[in-house]
Write a protein that binds this ligand. Structure first.
Ligand SMILES: Cc1cc2nc3c(=O)[nH]c(=O)nc-3n(C[C@H](O)[C@H](O)[C@H](O)COP(=O)(O)OP(=O)(O)OC[C@H]3O[C@@H](n4cnc5c(N)ncnc54)[C@H](O)[C@@H]3O)c2cc1C
Length: 417
C-alpha cells in the first residue's frame, strides 16, 4: 500500500482503529474505500478472540424483533444507543452477513445464531471484508499511547508510531482479559481527557455462601422467578432461565439480573416454573392430601421437575426419598413447598472480570455524541463497542451494540474525510 511518510517515523492514515474486535472491524469495513487509508491495530496475535467465544462459540449475533424493542435491554442506556441502533438495525446486521453467504437460525427465545453455529464463520466474513476493502490489520501490536497532534493523533505501539486524522478506540471492556480486552482503552481515553465511569463486571454468575446443588451442574430451569432481598426487604424481581453450575447459579436469568445483585443479598428462587407459587402450594397440598400410598417424589414428578433435582430438594427438605404422601407431616410438606418456590441463596460473591461476559461502566456517555459516536471532548476521536458505558442483556444485544456503534462512527468519519 502506498502510505506516504509524514516524517521519518510516522506513517499517515486517515483512520486508525485501536482494537480488532467486532466493533473495530465493522468500523474499519465501513470506513474503508474511496482511497481512504484505514489501519486496525490489534493487541493479540489475531483479531476477534472474544467474538470467537460468544454464545459458547456459536455466536448469538443479535435478537429477533423490532429494533425499538432492543432499547430496554441496555440497563437504562437505550436512549444513548437509539440513534446507532436505528441507523443500523438487527435486520441490517443479519442482511450484511446473509449477503456474504451466512445463513441464520432463531432459537425459541428469539436469539439469532449463524446456522452453522460457528462464531468463526462470522469472524471470517469480517476479516475477508476488511481484506477486500483494503483495510490494513496489524496484529500483536498493542497501542501503548495516543497523543493529540495538529490535525489528528499520534498513535504509539510497541513496534511503531503512526499519525491518523481520525482515531477510533474499540478496545472493548475488561472482561475475559485473556481475549485481549483488558481495559487498555480506558487509560488511553483518560489520557486524552475523556471521562470514564467506574467499571465493574456485568452478566456475571452468582456464588452463594451455601450451595447444595453442585452435583446437579447442568440442570436448568426455564423462566424461573428470582426475587432479590436486601436486609430482609424484597427489592427486585426477575424472570429468566437459570442454570445450576458446579459452584453456583448462572444462565441468562441470573446473568441479566446480576447487575442488581450485591454480596450479602439473598436470592429466592422458584423452581416451579410456569406456575404461580400459591397455585403450586394449593395443587401440591391437594395432591399429597389425597396421595395415600403414592411416594412424595412420584407426586413431584408430575410437575416435570428434573428427577435428580426432585430427589435433592426432597432430601434438603428433610424428607426420606421413600416417604409416602400418607406419612408426609405438614411441617415437612411446608418446608418442601418453600424450598421449591422460594429457595434462599445468600450471595457470597459474583463472578469477577475473568467470568463476567461484559463490563459495566466505561467511556461516560454524556461525553460522546450518540448521533456520531464522536467524543464531545476531542474532535476526531471516536468510541465504539463495549468500551462505552453500556452493557446489554444476554440475547445478542451486546454484539448488536458493537456492530451498530461501529457502523455509525464509520458513517460519520467518511462524511468528514
Ligand atoms: C464468554 C462470552 C460470551 C459472549 N457471548 C455473547 C453473545 O453470544 N452475544 C452477544 O451479543 N455478546 C456476547 N458477549 C459479549 C460480546 O462478546 C462483547 O460485547 C463484544 O465482543 C464487544 O465487542 P468490542 O469490539 O467492543 O470489544 P472486544 O470484542 O472485546 O474487542 C476488543 C479488541 O481490542 C483489542 N485491544 C484491547 N486493547 C488493545 C490495545 N491496547 N491495542 C490494540 N488492541 C487492543 C483486544 O485484543 C480485542 O481484540 C460475550 C462475551 C463473553 C466474554
Amino acid at each position: 500500500m502506498d502510505y506516504f511518510l509524514m516524517s521519518k517515523e510516522l506513517t499517515v492514515f486517515d483512520i486508525v482503529i485501536v482494537g480488532g474486535g467486532p466493533a473495530g472491524l465493522f468500523c474499519a469495513i465501513h470506513s474503508a474505500g474511496e482511497g481512504r487509508k484505514v489501519l486496525v491495530l490489534e493487541k493479540k496475535a489475531s483479531c476477534g478472540r472474544k467474538l470467537l467465544i460468544t454464545g459458547s462459540g456459536q455466536c448469538n449475533l443479535t435478537h429477533e424483533g423490532e429494533i425499538s424493542e432492543f432499547l430496554s435491554h441496555y440497563n437504562n442506556t437505550g436512549r444513548f444507543l437509539r440513534p446507532a441502533l436505528m441507523n443500523f438495525t438487527n435486520k441490517d446486521l443479519v442482511d450484511f452477513f446473509v449477503k456474504r453467504g451466512v445463513s441464520f437460525e432463531t432459537d425459541k427465545n428469539g436469539k439469532i445464531f449463524p446456522s452453522t453455529k460457528k462464531a468463526a464463520d462470522i469472524l471470517s466474513v469480517l476479516l475477508r471484508e476488511c481484506e477486500e476493502r483494503g483495510v490494513l490489520i496489524q496484529c500483536s501490536e498493542p497501542v501503548s499511547s495516543v497523543k493529540i497532534a495538529e490535525g489528528g493523533f499520534v498513535v504509539e505501539t510497541i513496534a511503531d508510531k503512526y499519525f491518523s486524522k481520525c482515531l477510533v478506540v474499540s478496545t472493548g471492556g475488561s472482561s475475559y482479559p485473556q481475549t485481549g480486552s483488558s481495559g487498555d482503552g480506558y487509560k488511553i481515553a483518560e489520557n486524552l481527557g475523556q471521562p470514564v465511569t467506574e467499571i465493574a463486571p456485568a452478566l456475571a454468575p452468582v456464588y452463594p455462601r451455601s450451595y447444595p446443588f453442585g452435583s446437579l451442574s447442568g440442570i436448568s430451569f426455564n423462566n424461573a422467578r428470582i426475587s432479590l432481598f436486601r436486609e430482609n426487604k424484597k427489592i427486585a424481581e426477575h424472570n429468566g432461565d437459570i442454570l445450576l453450575t458446579h459452584k453456583g447459579l448462572s444462565g441468562p436469568g441470573i446473568l441479566d439480573f446480576s447487575r442488581n445483585i450485591l454480596p450479602g443479598d439473598v436470592l429466592k428462587i422458584s423452581f416451579m416454573t410456569g406456575m404461580n407459587p400459591e397455585e403450586f402450594r394449593k395443587d401440591f397440598t391437594q395432591k399429597t392430601d389425597s396421595g395415600g400410598t403414592k411416594l412424595v417424589r412420584t407426586i413431584l414428578s408430575e410437575y416435570s421437575l428434573p428427577e435428580r433435582f426432585a430427589r435433592k430438594i426432597i432430601e434438603l427438605s428433610g424428607i426420606s426419598p421413600d416417604l409416602t404422601c400418607a406419612h408426609l407431616p405438614k411441617k415437612e410438606r411446608n418446608v418442601l413447598i418453600k424450598n421449591l418456590t422460594e429457595y434462599p441463596f445468600e450471595v457470597r460473591e459474583l463472578g469477577g472480570f475473568d467470568e463476567a461476559m461484559v463490563t459495566s461502566g466505561g467511556i461516560a456517555l454524556e461525553s460522546v455524541n450518540p448521533k456520531t459516536m464522536e467524543s464531545k471532548v476531542v474532535s476526531g476521536l471516536f468510541f465504539v463497542g463495549e468500551i462505552l458505558d453500556i452493557d446489554g442483556d444476554t440475547g445478542g444485544y451486546n454484539l448488536q451494540a458493537a456492530f451498530s456503534t461501529g457502523f455509525l462512527a464509520a458513517k460519520t468519519i467518511i462524511s468528514r474525510l
